[in-house]
Design a protein around this ligand. Structure first.
Ligand code: BGC
Length: 493
């Protein structure tokens, strides 16, 4: 994964000369636990490719591989104004996107805080809140044309089975959400009902995943983009396949075998059977204590929601075994999910050799006085967790490229971990180079480049709404055969 901006300073190795032997031993054990070497990466990639295929088969596998009904890339000439709603994991965002027809766009947007309690609240609360935000947005941006029906691209970034572009039955919540009565139901009628109750004139034209949006938005400005990936609170990827490679669509569609079809992989579910990923006891604990155990095995080792939690569990374990924070009150460290990935970033980015910024951080956040050797261990641990995340992410990208026979492409990437976690992009690029054997090449020449994406959940959603309306006008299908959509809709009422 190549960092295209000015080069950041390389990771400092930091001297371990003053670290006592017992802590050095702990560091070395952590290194063994968290390192994914090149050989292991290649084994993971091989298994990943098989699982991607399995997900497309009639029998299915643990990676959902969802056909999204996005069947064309934009040609850059798309025009018009569309609404986009982004329900990611942290905030709710409403955008109005004007596509300018020359691979350019204008965007007006508002962000609404998503209260933490809402993530585990009731379904009505959620849809009403979303409808209120859309209404507030329209009232401030369109006070005079309140009754004009607007087209919405709804970015709902959770695994949804789609029979057509505008609908999606939520398979399961991810990213710590646990709202009753949504799993197993189509989310589009629920949102539209809330909009109707509040008299908000909006129709859901397209329901999309953030990865699909990212791929389409990035392709709009950079036609070499063939994949969209998110490394944020959750993680996932989308790419374009063709209908004849998707046996599970056989008999359900009226589409020529060569028709392109964007696939929302939902690769967070890779290796839910625990065959190949090198899970540590900390990963297992996170899984067991999560609202959805045995799901999202890959995501739980990579995504931003979990990186801080892994760090916290290791620290607590070492403290309880008497290796760190001796005679310190570590009560504040006991709160689950009290540490997020940004703390790890801060630890890795401390510019001082004796890690005084980490010292201040631990004192102010947790009331813990750390020693310099302890801080060195904490920094090494953050590096190990961040590096493992980047390398496993690269394995996913490599698996899709290998499955599709892609030797050269751009991958549009977004999400807080990709954009903000120190060295994530370089570490990922290095892992890709190891997997593909790009030994004698400078990183700027790597043929597969994972680079910062355009705004998929806003611009991407608007573009997909535009592409969908165009297909509909031309009488082209935007889903399964109508009788099958109808039949399946009855089942999910
Ligand atoms: C969700 C995906 C989403 C990813 C990134 C995962 O938890 O299941 O749908 O694309 O997070 O937001």
């Amino acid at each position: 994964m190549v960092h295209l901006g000015p080069k950041k300073p390389p990771s400092r190795k930091g001297s371990m000369a003053d670290v006592p032997r017992d802590l050095l031993e702990q560091i070395s054990q952590l290194e063994t636990l968290f390192t994914v070497d090149a050989h292991k990466l290649c084994t993971i990639v091989d298994h990943f490719m098989k699982e991607l295929e399995k997900g497309l088969s009639k029998e299915g596998g643990s990676i959902p591989m969802i056909p999204t009904w996005v069947m064309t890339m934009p040609d850059g000439k798309e025009k018009g104004t569309y609404l986009a709603l982004d329900m990611g994991g942290t905030n709710l965002r409403v955008c109005e996107v004007e596509l300018l027809g020359n691979r350019d766009f204008d965007i007006t947007q508002s962000k609404y805080h998503m209260p933490e309690e809402m993530k585990t609240g009731s379904s009505e609360q959620l849809w009403d809140y979303i409808a209120d935000c859309l209404q507030a947005f329209l009232q401030s941006h369109h006070p005079n044309d309140a009754q004009k029906e607007l087209s919405l691209g709804f970015t709902f970034s959770y695994p949804c089975t789609q029979t057509a572009i505008h609908n999606g039955v939520l398979q399961r919540w991810t990213k710590g959400f646990d709202i009753d009565n949504v799993e197993g139901h189509d989310v589009q009628p629920m949102l539209e009902a809330a909009l109707k109750r509040k008299n908000v004139p909006i129709t859901v034209t397209a329901l999309i995943n953030d990865t699909t949006g990212t791929m389409v938005a990035s392709n709009y400005t950079d036609p070499e983009t063939q994949m969209g990936v998110i490394f944020g609170t959750g993680c996932n990827a989308a790419y374009f396949d063709v209908v004849k490679n998707i046996p599970k669509l056989e008999g359900l569609v009226d589409l020529a075998p060569e028709t392109p079809m964007a696939i929302n992989c939902e690769w967070g579910a890779f290796d839910n059977e625990h065959v190949v990923l090198p899970r540590t006891k900390y990963d297992i604990q996170i899984d067991e204590e999560s609202p959805r155990p045995n799901q999202q095995a890959f995501e739980k080792m990579i995504a931003g929601l979990y990186l801080g939690e892994i760090h916290r569990l290791v620290m607590l374990d070492l403290h309880e075994q008497g290796f760190i924070f001796e005679k310190q009150n570590a009560e504040k460290l006991k709160k689950p999910y009290s540490i997020d990935a940004s703390l790890l970033s801060q630890i890795e980015e401390d510019p001082f050799e004796n890690l005084t910024e980490v010292e201040d951080l631990f004192l102010s956040r947790f009331g813990i006085q750390t020693t310099e050797p302890e801080r060195k261990l904490l920094r090494r641990l953050a590096e190990l967790i961040g590096t493992r995340s980047a390398r496993l992410s690269a394995a996913g990208v490599a698996a899709i490229c290998k499955k599709m026979g892609i030797e050269k492409c751009h991958v549009g990437a977004d999400g807080s971990v990709f954009n903000k976690y120190p060295h994530f992009q370089e570490r990922g690029a290095e892992a890709l180079a190891e997997i593909f054997g790009w030994h004698d090449m400078p990183p700027t020449h790597y043929p597969i480049k994972v680079q910062p994406a355009e705004d998929g959940s806003g611009v991407g959603a608007a573009l997909i709404a535009a592409l969908t309306l165009k297909r509909m006008k031309e009488g082209l299908p935007v889903g399964m055969k109508p009788e099958i959509i109808e039949h399946l809709a009855q089942e999910h009422k």
